[in-house]
Design a protein around this ligand. Sequence first.
Ligand SMILES: C[S@@+](CC[C@H](N)C(=O)[O-])C[C@H]1O[C@@H](n2cnc3c(N)ncnc32)[C@H](O)[C@@H]1O
Length: 279
Amino acid sequence: MTNADQEEFWTSDAGPKWVAQQAQMDAVLAPVMELLMARASLKPGDRVLDIGCGTGVSVAAAAQAVGHRGHVTGLDISQTMLDLASQRMATTTNIAFLKADAQSHPFTSLFDAMISRFGVMFFDDTVAALSNLEAALAPGGTMTFAAWGPAPQNPFFMVPAKAAVGVLGDLPKVDRTLPGPFAFEDSARVLEMMEQAGLSNTDVETVALDLTPPGNASETAALFLDIGPAQRAVEYHEADTAMTARVHQAVADAISDFDTSSGLRIPACIHIYRARKPA
Ligand SMILES: C[S@@+](CC[C@H](N)C(=O)[O-])C[C@H]1O[C@@H](n2cnc3c(N)ncnc32)[C@H](O)[C@@H]1O
């Protein structure tokens, strides 16, 4: 089976943390949701596939955009994420959830639009995955994916990472072209993979925006100790309670640099990838 390690990761490791932090994550990433929805231009009546839908915030937004004549399928490889998504949307009628690997699932119907917020960077074979998705896109259909831009332009990752490493020591170097949050950071490489997959009318737009953590620096540092590189550093170095508390303080100190009169504002660089199948 393809992507078995990602299924395990998003079901038993990261999944439960994303579920526990769903309200925080939805709030901090809300500006990316707005950007994705603005660029996807979903229409009433559209049949939409949301790839790597996670705990479902984009499924809800898409369901509202397409209305009762449209339909949204939230697809994810993690049952842990889908359980919360379906629980949150138990009364929404124009949606369905599908536990499947987007790379290999044999789709039996066509979609007018495919969207994803941060759900397409984890395929072990991106060209195969995009090609599988392309086959399920209706003539005239669109794909709109939000992915992280270059790591150095995303303090959401770099600042907690640097603070944690400052306390605990280095982390093993990560190959960012492998499945992971930055697998789509190099837009030239991704556009090439999109073309290899047979996608048409491809483009990328790089957008600078501010992420909006709802809490103060200490509360946001607690989020970073659950999800992201600071969490990875704590786990890798097997930090005890005292060291973990030091990491928490270092991360809180570092992100307090982003405090403004309207709360924390963490700059981010987001790529919006798009494709449109000829009608
Ligand atoms: C970073 S999370 C983003 C979740 C959600 N889209 C959001 O923005 O809150 C990535 C999601 O992609 C899912 N995912 C990873 N690989 C996948 C695959 N091959 N097929 C379907 N979903 C996948 C994960 O289970 C996870 O829910």
